[in-house]
Design a protein around this ligand. Structure first.
Ligand code: CP
Length: 316
């Protein structure tokens, strides 16, 4: 693995190995007074974010620091991007400055793949590129941390039924999860109004429903998506109120889930819109477990890309 651009590039074995390594890193750090492993000493990791982030940027920084990498954070708003520098010149500059890995969030779908192309030389050498969310395309490390959370709560994902609910058309989380969860053996159902489904959804490994109430009793997990108003150019159909009534996970709907079913949300949450205030804090909700797992999954990804394909187990 040279880069992590899409969950569609991961085999079941590769994805499972990353989840196993994430758990190894968690175990290796549990109970330590000093959470520091020497694994990436001497390596330089740069986060390059052209869109806002709390969870992804911070957890990549924590992951790198817990593995002793030098971590540099570059945000478009405070860099020379503001003076008009192009994306190509920016990433080639960061590579020249010593980046072993570039962790990229960008509003354009496909930007990380383009960066991988620009920064790979004729010998196939260059920094590892990690997609930290590109437009409406993919967010692979989010899907990996979601899969780890589901595995810890449900056991094997084989045959598990997982509903992904809401604003699918704007969601890179939905696409990455649809492919990864399917690769790991789950049945994925997208629950959304037709206006919030992407063109080409028929090629995804999923079924589609418009009736949340009908789906809830039969699912093992429900993943609520944030309504991404910033990608809607001011328009929103159905209306926010109608959306919340038809597709919001409220207390009545929470009670329709089976005893063992869980509720995921990638964050940031819009409480009162796609998820109820008390639902977000209920024992079924895994929101903060997902954040914690995000650090360990990102450690596993950095290890795999910067150290090699062997399991982290031998080093821990
Ligand atoms: N889930 C997620 O990507 O959150 P951030 O936008 O805060 O990174």
């Amino acid at each position: 693995m040279r880069h992590l651009l899409s969950t569609q590039d991961l085999t079941r074995e590769e994805a499972t190995a990353l989840l196993d390594d994430a758990e190894r890193f968690e175990q290796a750090l549990t109970g330590r007074e000093v959470r520091k492993l020497p694994t990436l000493r001497g390596r330089t990791v740069m986060t390059v974010f052209y869109e806002n982030s709390t969870r992804t940027r911070v957890s990549f920084e924590v992951a790198g620091k817990w593995m002793s990498a030098d971590v540099i954070n570059v945000s478009a708003s405070s860099s020379s991007v503001g003076k008009g520098e192009s994306l190509r010149d920016t990433v080639k500059t960061l590579h020249a400055a010593g980046a072993d890995a570039l962790i990229v969030r960008h509003p354009a779908s496909g930007a990380p793949a383009q960066i991988a192309d620009w920064t790979t030389d004729s010998d196939g050498e260059g920094p590892a590129i990690i997609n930290a969310g590109d437009g409406t395309h993919e967010h692979p490390t989010q899907a990996l941390l979601d899969a780890l959370t589901l595995r810890q709560r449900l056991g094997s994902l084989d045959g598990r039924r997982i509903a992904i609910v809401g604003d699918v058309v704007h969601s890179r989380v939905a696409r990455s999860n649809a492919h990864l969860l399917s690769t790991l053996g789950a049945e994925v159902v997208l629950v959304a109004p037709p206006t919030l489904l992407p063109a080409g959804v028929g090629e995804w490994p999923v079924t589609v429903s418009g009736n949340l109430d009908a789906e809830l009793p039969a699912v093992d997990a429900v993943m609520m998506l944030r309504v991404q108003a910033e990608r809607m150019n001011g328009g929103f159909f159905p209306s926010a109120r109608e959306y919340s009534v038809r597709f919001g996970l409220n207390d009545r709907r929470l009670a329709m889930l089976s005893d063992d079913a869980v509720v995921l949300h990638p964050g940031p949450m819009l409480r009162g819109m796609e998820i109820g205030w008390s639902v977000a804090d209920s024992p079924k909700a895994t929101v903060l477990e997902q954040v914690r797992n995000g650090v360990h999954v990102r450690m596993a990804v950095l290890f795999r890309l910067l150290v090699g394909s062997d399991s982290a187990g031998a080093q821990l």
